[in-house]
Ligand binder design. Structure first.
Ligand code: GYE
Length: 378
């Protein structure tokens, strides 16, 4: 609706690299491309034939067709910190089910970066056919992705981005920077419409170093700076309700009477922040002391918009698994998936809070929250 799906095509030689096992094996793959192309239906056997000099590990990678028809997939999930995460996990488990032809190894990494790397290494040891990673933080990935590469296992990144390595096939997720800018551009238009002259904001950030946090914080702050708003403080609530409550309790003490905007980088933090504001006697939502902005737009978040508590909610769509499956199936059939696939999001508010605004010159539209909209949400 407001965002175009952006696709960046891989360079043509990537096809050969993928067929030979993984992107990093480019020289061997290029040399082997004709052989690989002759056997495009079964990527792994083609890789074995085409790249005899590949590391032994690559040869150990089982061909999907040899495993009773089931494709082995390892998914290193972030954790279980939010409603968004629960929806993402369910979506992946539904898509990569046995009934659909998959043998899924699912690891909940409990927001522990080291555990997530270990989960990926355990998938390599198991000899899975594909690895899906939702990276807790955006950096520190090159070593383990090189190990996947050496083992000839294609990696697909879902949701959050990896920013310091390109040794993965595709990333499927949302544009977090645009989400952050959208929240701030909406705030500017809404404040103008309400005659609010001064913005004194507090930001409860997500997990520091995650691309979702970085994009939302940077996007909001870029517009805040342009508009000359005051961002009084920003601290992490780690994308959890408990974290949001704890940070907001401390904000309520430190900035009593000084703030009129609270930005929570996900709905669960907003739930905690509302508890803290209730306890501190701070009113929020349309017509009250504080404009409360949130991200995710999960069902419970939209219910709070409808109840006049969250003033506007900026969606991040967690249902990316079907698109990830499309990438995997493209690889299975010897095709070349796109390197980046954006999942579109929507912005939500009640009718009176819907205002016209643009992001980077692109006009945005908002969806009015009704019972039907809540019913249809994840
Ligand atoms: O906003 C939050 C979750 O990575 C986009 O992580 C995701 C974020 C989401 O915990 O609720």
């Amino acid at each position: 609706m407001k965002k175009k799906l952006i696709s960046v095509l891989l360079a043509g030689c990537m096809t050969a690299a993928l067929l030979a096992g993984c992107g990093g094996a480019a020289p061997a793959a290029e040399a082997a491309a004709p052989a690989a192309e002759e056997a495009t239906e079964e990527a792994a056997p083609a890789a074995e034939e085409a790249a005899p000099a590949e590391e032994a590990a690559a040869e150990e990678a089982p061909a999907a067709a040899d495993e009773g028809g089931l494709i082995k997939v390892g998914f290193a999930q972030v954790g279980h910190e939010s409603d968004w995460r629960t929806a993402s996990t369910k979506s992946c488990q539904d898509v990569f089910s046995e009934a659909n032809g998959y043998d899924l190894s699912f690891v909940d990494c409990d927001n522990d970066e080291a555990a997530q790397k270990e989960a990926v290494r355990s998938f390599i040891e198991q000899g899975v056919d594909y690895i899906i990673i939702d990276p807790i933080i955006a950096t520190g990935w090159d070593t383990v992705l090189t190990e996947c590469d050496d083992a000839g296992i294609p990696v697909i990144v879902i949701d959050r981005t990896i920013d310091d390595s390109d040794k993965y096939v595709s990333w499927v997720g949302s544009d977090f920077l645009t989400e952050g800018k959208a929240a701030a551009e909406w705030l500017k238009a809404y404040a103008d419409a309400q005659g609010i002259k001064e913005i004194n904001a507090l930001i409860i950030q997500g997990t520091i170093g995650s691309s979702a946090q970085i994009g939302r914080t940077d996007g909001f702050n870029e517009i805040a700076k342009r508009e000359g708003w005051t961002v009084l403080d920003q601290q992490t609530g780690d994308f959890t309700e408990a974290g949001g409550q704890e940070v907001m309790e401390s904000f309520c003490k430190s900035y009593e009477g000084k703030f009129n905007v609270v930005v929570c980088e996900n709905d669960n933090e907003a739930f905690g922040a509302m508890t803290a504001m209730d306890n501190a006697g701070v009113s929020y939502g349309p017509g009250n002391d504080v404009i409360l902005i949130s991200y995710d737009a999960c069902t419970a978040g939209l219910e709070d918009v409808k109840a006049g508590k969250i003033t506007a909610d900026f969606e991040c769509n967690p249902l990316a698994a079907p698109t990830v499956e499309g990438v995997l199936q493209t690889l299975q059939s010897g095709g070349t998936p796109e390197k980046e696939i954006l999942v579109p999001d929507n912005w939500y508010a009640l009718a009176d809070q819907i205002v016209d605004f643009s992001v980077d010159g692109n006009p945005q539209s908002m969806i009015e929250v009704t019972d039907e909209v809540i019913e249809a949400q994840y």
